[in-house]
Write a protein that binds this ligand. Structure first.
Ligand code: ATP
Ligand code: MG
Length: 648
């Protein structure tokens, strides 16, 4: 049994769920009366314009419907209803990379959203159901725009501000967006960069649906304006009234589309609904981060990802919390930036990705000790499995041994957390997302639909619907059914398959082993790349690692590792490292997982959300030409750098 870390008594005493008995009691309630469980939550949490008639409609599964007949507006849940008690509370605290700050209260946010909603409705003719693409930097206007769409029932599709013109164009076309909201530019790594020219390029071919472009001036760059198409937000927004009637939305009306990061192929326009999504955003904020009235919550994601949607904008605002939004990179002006912000804003809950933790660990292991991080109560991670070394550093150096880490497993498609510790209740351990939330039937099953025994890998499925689940893939219902309900069955019925593999460890804790397509078959043995990577990442000189399979005439597949090492990468060290790494592998996994090839590389190809694009590394290892779209990479030039290094 690996080491367990119990939540502190002080934290448990105050937490919403205080111990595992309470957690289990909720799970039992949900098991015994599934609809009753969700019914109670939906009544308690949402301020409905009109109550719903039916909790769950499964008639047309997997097109599930939740809270049918109910009417609401998500912005009333996030803003309107808070004005009675929180109008002067900070809703958003924004910090620019250059140190500029803006604090926006609930009342101010309410007015700003209304003005923008009126502008879209009256000036641009945007109606309920129209799609609006947001191509925005991390500035408060990104949140205003999302909420303004929600106010008038338009469906937003946020496209991460680092994507190329081509990637942006694909998404505008797929959604047939009528309006694009963008900014002139923003700041990153201390330098201004431009967004508007990318929009111009995207719109230059084949985007007939898009009639207007609204531009927020962020850094007042010199940009070109297309007369009749382009409007400057700063110049016209104050002409609009600060009052706006919310559209009465059905529970199931789409709230937004979000294209997944694309680490496994053509991006899918994941479609989310209104009531179920906002319910779960709020519930998980309250229970997984245990945010209290006076707390300051900081999620470092970009609003272009689902994590930013649910845990920068919708979740925190739905519960009436204060959310921090930061424009820039974690290493500007130095590796202490985030820690100094935690000290300065007295952040209570901090939520980030393993890739960022690894980066800050590698580049500035001692930096956190210079700051007062005592305000922190709960730490979180999301996006990929976190290796135990990074986990321990996060736990000890950032949390000072006092803050539980909630390793939250979920996806764009799930809308909010699915498997995660509860900070006041769950004894945690490095590398495990622990247990499903009450009401979430996450199960690990084999190809026959039976639960896998402890220690054996299986398919991570969610065997009952849940309110914040994906409703469709925009414009492609067949792909929706095939992608998520085609592979796994339980009791003969198709169930949601996440695409991830997982297993129960000896203690019954859930360990995510990575995507099931990231499995290497060595001489008939199936080995998860994540497992090998975890071992390699353990070596003190390894900063980052990615492992892929490469066809091997004898073994079927051989194991090919790309490694970024810390410090100097001299050749003598490399030879030494190869031996060292293989020793580690043999010890931890066995001879079967010995590496066939290692390449020391300057960096790894990562998506803008920090995920390694293994399909590119697979192609490079096979010496295939790269046919994939690499425009969504953080640094597309890395591909050529790696290719140049690979000689066989
Ligand atoms: P695409 O579906 O286009 O390939 P993506 O899966 O990277 O993109 P997201 O929805 O942002 O897009 O990521 C969800 C995935 O991230 C999960 O399916 C899982 O593989 C991984 N993941 C998220 N959280 C965790 C976690 N706590 N532990 C392990 N893996 C995680
Ligand atoms: Mg995915």
């Amino acid at each position: 049994m690996s080491q367990l870390f119990e939540p502190s008594r002080a934290l448990s005493k105050e937490a919403r769920i205080k111990n595992m008995c309470e957690y289990k009691e909720l799970c039992i309630q949900a098991d015994e009366d599934f609809e009753g469980y969700w019914d109670k939550l939906a009544r308690e949490k949402i301020e409905w314009f009109k109550p719903y008639d039916r909790v769950l409609n499964e008639d047309n599964a997997p097109f599930y419907k939740w809270f049918e007949g109910g009417k609401l507006n998500v912005t009333h849940q996030c803003l309107g209803r808070h004005l009675k008690t929180r109008k002067n509370k900070a809703a958003i605290i924004w910090e620019g990379e250059d140190g500029k700050r803006r604090i926006i209260t609930y009342l101010q946010l309410f007015y700003r959203v209304n003005r923008l909603a009126n502008l879209m409705r009256n000036k641009f003719g945007i109606k309920k159901g129209d799609r609006v693409v947001l191509y925005m930097p991390m500035i408060p206007e990104a949140a205003f725009a999302m909420l303004a769409c929600a106010k008038i029932g338009a469906i937003h599709s946020v496209v991460f501000g680092g994507f190329s013109a081509e990637a942006l164009r694909d998404r505008i076309q797929d959604a047939e967006a009528k309006l694009v909201i963008t900014a002139d530019g923003a700041f990153r790594r201390g330098k201004p960069y431009m967004l508007k020219p990318v929009v111009d390029e995207a719109l230059s071919v084949g985007c007939e649906s898009c009639e207007k472009v609204l531009i927020v001036q962020r850094n007042f760059e010199d940009i070109e304006y297309v007369p009749g198409r382009d409007y400057v937000y700063n110049e016209i927004i104050m002409n609009e009234s600060q009052y706006c009637d919310p559209e009465w939305m059905d529970s199931e009306d789409p709230l937004f589309l979000l294209y997944t990061s694309g680490s496994t192929g053509k991006p899918k326009g994941v479609q989310h609904g209104s009531a179920g999504y906002i319910l779960w955003a709020q519930y998980t904020m309250e229970h997984v981060f245990d945010v209290k009235e006076n707390d300051t919550f900081w999620c470092t994601a970009d609003v272009g990802w689902i994590t930013g949607h649910t845990y920068i904008v919708y979740g925190p605002l739905a519960m009436g919390a204060t959310t921090i939004m930061y424009e820039g990179v974690p290493t500007f002006p130095d590796v202490g930036r985030w820690w100094s912000m935690i000290e300065e804003h007295r952040v209570n809950q901090f939520y980030t990705a393993p890739t960022a933790i690894r980066l800050l660990h590698k580049e500035g292991a001692d930096a956190p000790s210079k700051y007062d991080l005592s305000s922190l109560k709960v730490l979180g991670t999301v996006g990929e499995p976190i290796n135990p070394d990074a986990w321990m550093w996060y736990y000890e150096q950032i949390g000072r041994g006092n803050c539980p880490i909630v390793d939250t497993w979920w996806q764009t498609e799930t809308g909010g957390h699915m498997i995660t510790p509860l900070p006041g209740a769950t004894p945690i351990k490095p590398g495990s997302a622990t247990f499903p939330l009450p009401g979430i039937k996450a199960e690990i099953i084999d190809e026959h639909g039976n639960p896998t025994p402890k220690g054996e890998k299986g398919f991570l499925c969610i065997t009952k619907p849940w309110p914040s689940m994906i409703r469709n893939i925009w414009g492609d219902s067949d792909r929706f059914v095939k992608s998520y309900f085609g592979d796994c069955k339980k009791d003969g019925k198709p169930v949601y398959f996440s695409g991830d593999g997982a297993m129960y460890d000896d203690d019954g804790y859930i360990v995510i082993t990575g995507r099931t397509d990231d499995v290497i078959n060595v001489s008939g043995h199936r080995i998860g790349t994540a497992e090998i990577e975890a071992v390699l990442a353990h070596h003190e000189n390894v900063a980052e690692v990615a492992v892929v399979g490469r066809p091997d005439p004898i073994k079927g597949e051989g194991i090919f590792a790309y490694i970024v090492i810390k410090g100097e990468d001299s050749l003598s060290e490399e030879v030494y490292m190869i031996q060292e790494l293989n020793k580690l592998i043999v010890k931890e996994i066995g001879n079967i997982a010995k590496l066939d090839a290692i390449r020391f590389v300057p960096g790894l190809p990562k998506t803008r959300s920090g995920k390694i694009m293994r399909r590119i590394l697979r192609s490079i290892a096979k010496k295939e030409p790269i046919t994939q779209d690499i425009s969504t990479l953080e640094d597309p030039s890395i591909v050529e750098k790696i290719q140049n290094l690979i000689e066989f």
